[in-house]
Design a protein around this ligand. Structure first.
Ligand code: IMP
Length: 194
């Protein structure tokens, strides 16, 4: 069974291939000949994740998986949320995004936040979504060199370190994306047995 993961991100591809084993053949956007960005015009993670999956399904006629992730900060009414990658502008700079977020939280006491991932699967014309979350707080300064995006300023609940101070293995045990992908994999492996 062949499924396209609507991404060219090597880490995402490796993670999902590793978890699914041999049962499914996971192909990338490059493998199906798609060049360029996928549409992301919706106002929610659910909407964007679905929009990307539907785009591939409609244009390439292949079962597919798409994901969308956002950092939701309580004191900012859920921002940057669906706009996480372009919070400080369309140039999508993680440094600028983190600096803007730290600035916008300067006078706020409440620093609670969560990462949330929505994975959409379209298989045999049916759509299903899977959610993963990790709760935590935004630190006052950046620390750590690992990871990407907002990792240097996100401290998961129950920990003292930021995601960027953890190894990838440690982060993967508790991350939003891992939780959503685990749910997807469980569903697919069950389907494969039916
Ligand atoms: P995407 O939907 O996976 O492309 O994620 C959108 C944006 O959310 C990224 O550009 C990052 O800024 C942020 N983001 C997503 N996942 C993570 C993470 O695990 N750590 C830090 N930032 C993340």
């Amino acid at each position: 069974m062949k499924i396209c993961l609507a991404s060219n991100n090597e880490n995402k591809l490796r993670e999902i291939k590793h978890k699914l084993g041999e049962t499914f053949e996971i192909v990338s956007l490059a493998d199906i000949g798609h060049v360029g960005e996928l549409p992301e015009n919706q106002k929610t993670l659910e909407g964007n994740s679905l929009e990307k999956a539907e785009y591939i399904y409609k244009n390439y006629g292949i079962d597919c998986i798409a994901d969308d992730t956002g950092l939701e900060v309580v004191a900012l009414d859920g921002a940057p949320g669906v706009y996480s990658s372009r919070y400080a502008g369309p140039h999508k700079s993680s440094e600028d995004n983190m600096n803007l977020l730290l600035k916008n939280l300067q006078i706020k006491e409440d620093r609670r936040a969560q990462f949330r991932t929505i994975v959409t699967l379209i298989m045999n014309g049916k759509t299903k979504q899977f959610e993963g979350r990790v709760a935590g707080k935004i630190s006052k300064t950046k620390s750590g060199q690992e990871g990407f995006g907002y990792d240097p300023i996100f401290i998961p609940k129950g920990y003292e370190q930021t995601f960027a101070e953890m190894s990838l293995d440690e982060k993967n045990k508790i991350s939003h994306r891992s939780e959503a992908v685990e749910k997807l994999v469980k569903f697919l492996l069950k389907k494969a047995k039916e």
